[in-house]
Design a protein around this ligand. Structure first.
Ligand SMILES: [Zn+2]
Length: 337
C-alpha cells in the first residue's frame, strides 16, 4: 500500500478526526523527549542562582560545593553551616515521587480538578490539594509583573466563598459556587483588579470587597506600573481618581457610550477578553475559597504565559518557575492561612 492510497480516504474524515490523525502522526514521527526531574534540577540551578550562588537558608554568598548526593550537587554554607541542593525548599525537593510530580504538573497545566488529578495519579485528594497549593504559593512568591507602556485595566467580580470552612454561622452555606443574595455589586463579591500591557505582562489580584476605591486599586497596581505608563480604562470613577492620584496619563474609553477604540490604539479589549477567559477557566472549580483566590489568579496568569509553548516546554517552564525561589510551604502553613 502506498501513502497515496491512505491519503485518498483522508477527505472522508471529519475536521476533528483529521486533526487527531495529524497529531498522532506528528507524535509518532517526532516524539516528545522524556522529561527527567534531574535534568530540571540542573535548569533550576541556572535560574535560581542567576545572580550568583547564595545560601537558600541565610542568603550568604560564602558557599562551597560539597560533593554529590544521589547524583545531585550539594552545597554547604560557611556562615550558617546548613547544606542545600539545587531544589531545596521548592515543591519538588526531596520528593519520593518524581514521576508523579511530572504527571501532577501536567494535570495543573491542563487545569484538571483535584478529584480528577488524585484519581489519575493514585494519590489522596488532600495530597493533591497540598501539592497544588505548594506549587501555587511558589509561583506567587515570584511576584507580579511590572507593566510598561499602554496598560489596560479593569475590575471583575467573584462571589465571596468560605469553601472548606466547616461552620458558616452568619449565612446559609451555598452549594457549589451558588449565587449572591443581593443583585448587583455588593460586599458579597470580591473585586479582582486585572491590568495587562501590550507585551502581555499581567497583574491580577484580589483588591477588596464590593465597589473598590482608588486607594484599593493603588495597593494592587501602584508599585507595578513602570514610570511613564499610560493607563487605559473605562469611565469608572475609581480609576479616574487613581490616575489623578498617581499623575498618570489616562485614556478613558467610554464603552457605555458605544466608544470601543480611541485613536486606533486605546481600548480595553485585551483586559476584557482576559476576564472572559479567566471566568470560563474558573468555572470548573465551582467556587474557589476567597483566601486562595490570589493563588488561582497566579495559576491562570502562568497558564496564559505557557499557552504558546509545546506541552513539553510548558512542563519544563512550570517546573523551573516553581522552583526558582526557595520557599518552605508546609502542610501546617496551609492550614493556618
Ligand atoms: Zn547560610
Amino acid at each position: 500500500m502506498s501513502w497515496k492510497d491512505l491519503y485518498e480516504d483522508f477527505d472522508e474524515l471529519s475536521q476533528g478526526e483529521k486533526l487527531a490523525l495529524f497529531e498522532a502522526i506528528k507524535n509518532t514521527l517526532f516524539p516528545e523527549p522524556r522529561l527527567k526531574l534531574d535534568k530540571v534540577a540542573e535548569e533550576v540551578r541556572d535560574s535560581r542562582f542567576s545572580s550568583g550562588l547564595a545560601c537558600v537558608h541565610c542568603g550568604s554568598t560564602l558557599v562551597k560545593r560539597n560533593g554529590k548526593y544521589r547524583s545531585r550537587q550539594r552545597y554547604l554554607c560557611r556562615d550558617c553551616g546548613k547544606s542545600f541542593n539545587d531544589t531545596t525548599a521548592s515543591p519538588i525537593s526531596g520528593t519520593r515521587y518524581p514521576d508523579k510530580w511530572l504527571k501532577f504538573v501536567e494535570c495543573m497545566l491542563n487545569g484538571l480538578t483535584l478529584s480528577k488529578t488524585a484519581k489519575l495519579l493514585g494519590i489522596h485528594v488532600s495530597t493533591a490539594f497540598y501539592w497544588r497549593h505548594k506549587v501555587l504559593y511558589a509561583l506567587r512568591s515570584l511576584g507580579q509583573d511590572t507593566l510598561n507602556g499602554i496598560v489596560e485595566s479593569d475590575e471583575t467580580f467573584f462571589l465571596e466563598s468560605y469553601k472548606g470552612r466547616k461552620h458558616i454561622t452568619f449565612r446559609k452555606p451555598r452549594k457549589r459556587g451558588g449565587v449572591a443574595q443581593k443583585r448587583g455589586i455588593s460586599k458579597e463579591q470580591v473585586c479582582v483588579v486585572v491590568a495587562i500591557d501590550r507585551d502581555g505582562d499581567i497583574v491580577a489580584q484580589n483588591a477588596g470587597r464590593g465597589r473598590i476605591t482608588a486607594t484599593e486599586i493603588d495597593v494592587v497596581l501602584g508599585t507595578h506600573l513602570a514610570p511613564g505608563s499610560l493607563l487605559c480604562t473605562d469611565s469608572a470613577r475609581n480609576y479616574i481618581a487613581f490616575a489623578k492620584m498617581k499623575g498618570l496619563h489616562h485614556e478613558i474609553i467610554n464603552v457605555r457610550k458605544g466608544v470601543y477604540v480611541r485613536k486606533g490604539i486605546y481600548h480595553v479589549q485585551h483586559v476584557n477578553s482576559y476576564h472572559k477567559r479567566l471566568k470560563k477557566w474558573m468555572e470548573r472549580f465551582q467556587g474557589v475559597a476567597t483566601k486562595y483566590l490570589d493563588n488561582y489568579l497566579f495559576w491562570f496568569r502562568y497558564l496564559e504565559r505557557y499557552k504558546n509553548l509545546s506541552p513539553f516546554e510548558a512542563k519544563r517552564a512550570i517546573l523551573r518557575d516553581m522552583s526558582k525561589r526557595a520557599n518552605d510551604v508546609t502542610v501546617e502553613y496551609l492550614r493556618v492561612v
